[in-house]
Ligand binder design. Structure first.
Ligand code: UDP
Ligand code: MG
Length: 343
């Protein structure tokens, strides 16, 4: 089959990457809206890369059906759930576009905003990132947690990372190639894009409510994501633990002086038990925290040195030639697109 989305001479290719995890309730509508939007984009060829992040529901089957019907759709199926940021990475690895857009599957990021992103890109920006002006339909807790997290990250990070900005963004080929050269495992994609540099610009947009289904980010995943963001972009927690150590050593010194003076110059020195207990517990606590912080970094070093592939793909579908991802993950086998191909 001739691939109708192979980039024709002169016409730029736009790759849209959509990570999906248990999105059976939204995926049909997402494909309908994204597809309609892309059909209107006359001056672009489009490839829609869906990454099925090990969904347990019918997402994968639905995606296969849509991919069989629409040659613009390409599919990467993971062997299990590897997480949102890894799914986005797999999409980036296999995208061939001159410009690459990251968008969530739940229609919280309106596809129509992509048109404004493209306009900015054509003005000469290399990254156009969506900044959320409003986020209706999120819980008070999520809003507060996100607000706090982005501000904390901004204070701690060595690279400025824009506030209230998700992964919804357009990136030029130069940025995508730079990202593909970054092999780290704990991937905080939005921070990595900031780190790369080039010309970046914010595009304020109104985030919509989820079209259907529930958030795939329970508290556990949110915490993991926040820890990845902070530890991957800052060594300040290590400095903090040194600071805490110095502070507690100073308090301990005061305590020692106090104990010696009481012992030498008064009669009631047996009563110092409480002070000793407090000091011991306090220092013990600080030590445990510090070891924990060091341990987090050591754990990450361990993860990095194992050099496992970032993700395992059970099936590629709809790709017509070897995408560049083969270099990152040699275990995968490329299966050419066949119409009506089953699993
Ligand atoms: N997602 C994923 N793997 C995961 C969790 C989420 O690919 O382990 C996808 C999900 O399908 C969606 C996007 O990442 O397209 C953002 O997730 P979600 O909308 O649940 O997050 P929220 O908008 O609530 O922060
Ligand atoms: Mg969402």
């Amino acid at each position: 089959m001739i691939n109708p989305v192979a980039p024709a001479e002169g016409i730029p290719l736009l790759s849209v990457i959509v990570p999906c995890y248990n999105e059976e309730q939204v995926i049909g509508e997402t494909i309908r809206r994204l597809g309609a939007f892309c059909t209107e984009l006359e001056s672009f060829d489009v490839e829609l890369i869906f990454v099925d992040d090990g969904s347990r529901d019918r997402t994968r089957d639905l995606l296969m059906q849509f991919a069989a019907a629409d040659p613009r759709i390409k599919l990467i199926c993971f062997a299990r759930n590897f997480g949102h940021q890894i799914a986005v990475t797999a999409g980036i690895d296999s995208a061939n576009g001159d410009a690459v857009v990251l968008i969530d599957a739940d229609l919280q990021d309106p596809p129509e905003v992509i048109r404004q992103m493209i306009a900015k890109w054509q003005e000469g920006y290399d990254v156009v990132y969506g900044t959320r002006t409003e986020r209706p339909g999120e819980s008070v807790f999520k809003l507060a947690a996100a607000r706090g997290f982005y501000r904390l990250l901004d204070r701690l990070s060595d690279v400025p990372i824009p506030l209230d900005t998700g992964d919804f963004r357009l990136m030029g080929r130069n940025v995508v190639d730079a990202l593909r050269a970054m092999p780290e495992r704990d991937r905080f994609v939005r921070g990595m894009v900031s780190w790369v540099g080039f010309r970046q610009v914010a595009l304020p947009y109104r985030r919509a409510e989820r079209f259907a289904g529930e958030s795939k980010y329970p508290l556990r995943k949110m915490l993991r994501f926040a820890t990845d963001g902070i530890l991957s972009f800052s060594t300040k927690p290590l400095q903090l633990s040194i600071g805490l150590g110095i502070f507690s050593a100073f308090l301990a010194l005061l305590g020692m002086l106090y104990a010696v003076l009481i012992r030498l110059f008064t009669d009631n020195w047996v009563e110092g038990w409480a002070a000793i207990m407090v000091a011991v517990l306090f220092i013990g606590g600080i030590q445990l925290i510090s070891i924990g912080v060091v341990g987090e970094y050591v754990g990450r070093i361990y993860g990095e040195i194992k050099k496992r592939p970032l993700y395992i793909v059970s099936k590629y579908y709809g790709f017509d030639k070897s995408p560049p991802f083969m270099t990152r993950s040699p275990v995968v086998r490329l299966e050419p697109a066949k119409k009506g191909d089953g699993r």
